[in-house]
Ligand binder design. Sequence first.
Ligand SMILES: Nc1ncnc2c1ncn2[C@@H]1O[C@H](COP(=O)(O)OP(=O)(O)OP(=O)(O)O)[C@@H](O)[C@H]1O
Ligand SMILES: [Mg+2]
Length: 448
Amino acid sequence: MPNNDINPFYRRKTLTDINQFYGRKEEIKKVFSLIRVAESCSLIGERRIGKSSFLQYIIHPQTRASYGLPLERYIVGYFDFLGYTNLTPSDFWNLILEELSYEINDEKLSLKIEEMRKSEIKLQDLSRLMKELHQKGFQTTILLDEFEYAASNPNFDLSFFGGLRNLSTNCGLAYVIASTNDLLELYYVKNVIGSPFFNIFTNVFLGPFPEDEALELIKSPLEESCVSFSEKDVDFIFKIAGLHPFFLQLACYHLFDAYKSKQLKEEEARFRHTLANFKNDALRHFKYYWDNSNDEEKIIFAALSILEQRDSRGFRRGELEGVLDEKQLKSLENRGLIKNAVSPQTGAKPEVMVFSSAFGEWIVEEITSQRGTVSFEEWVDKVKPKGRINEAASAVRNTLSKVNPRYWEMLTRWVSQPGNLDKGKKLLETMFTGILNAGIICDFVFSQ
Ligand SMILES: Nc1ncnc2c1ncn2[C@@H]1O[C@H](COP(=O)(O)OP(=O)(O)OP(=O)(O)O)[C@@H](O)[C@H]1O
Ligand SMILES: [Mg+2]
């Protein structure tokens, strides 16, 4: 009998129970269609978007079988590079062969693998083994999580990655590698590994869920529970978590807890409890996204969050065009950190906004808090900016004196870029003058 009291939502762990996995239908189809024909793919997604859960799901025998990849033929080896910074190629292959040996139902081959694992594993031996597997009708796929660690491991040199490519081209081996970045963008890959290895990969992006899959994630776990979420609850969850599976789980987890608490009988009290706990858990992830964004992205985040909060003043997406970098906007959208949605404040046509209202609040606090003891004038005096930067500093003097000093340099540099002096200055004035005059940095979830 299911226990109705148990919270069915997840707070942080990677999913290993396939019954708790939702959505990703398109991406799964795509990955399996590649594996079926021995093609490799690179799974790219922002931190916490669900890469490891995805790999756990597709590796599961039940999933493979249900997508028409019979276990007697399609075998997989899984390895997570997280924390393995100094692994040698031979150690790596030893671990992979151990994984494969559990999958192979062939005594002779299993013995052969056992033998190979007793000493240093060489590419020629692997090549022979993989060819034999191929001839015996096995299609082998290797799933590699946190591939960034492999790309920056000094023991994995050009010949190691060349070997991986060789095994794929000549012996029918396929790879599914998961990483946060498009690996070809990484310095190490560009300069040390070279691109030939990565030419064999088709990119599959993991982004936010489509709305129907997000609804499934919210509603299905409640089917065997005595709690149910109302439409208003769902709107509230979408508002604070966006369509991001990890944050959806987190918001649902705390709202479920609020329903179970005897003290929280009113909707508003439940929302307050959920938001406070959600923010607490989400904080370090928000900080990670912020710290791992470049200056242009930070400016986009700041502009969208601040202007969203003062939407009543009639700010529109159109005003951002030509000021914010379209390419960066697109990249943030792909990473799931901004979205096109109808603003709860105005209910008008969809506008671009930060994916989660709680993330927006965090950004506003970050960019406007911790005002130091040094005035903007004193800072300018100390730094002595020259040329365009000096011109920009004079233009934004009044505005930046009200911003967290940590961001003075970033914003001044941004305004000093060609074409930004007028528009950039106007945007900053719109953002910061409004914020400080109206004193609107507040918890706006309840201001609808
Ligand atoms: N398809 C899904 N169905 C339900 N929940 C999901 C799904 N994908 C992700 N989640 C939720 O997101 C959380 C994070 O997932 P996961 O650990 O797989 O992300 P990740 O991309 O590997 O993160 P990291 O980059 O930090 O390694 C899980 O604990 C789970 O709560
Ligand atoms: Mg992971």
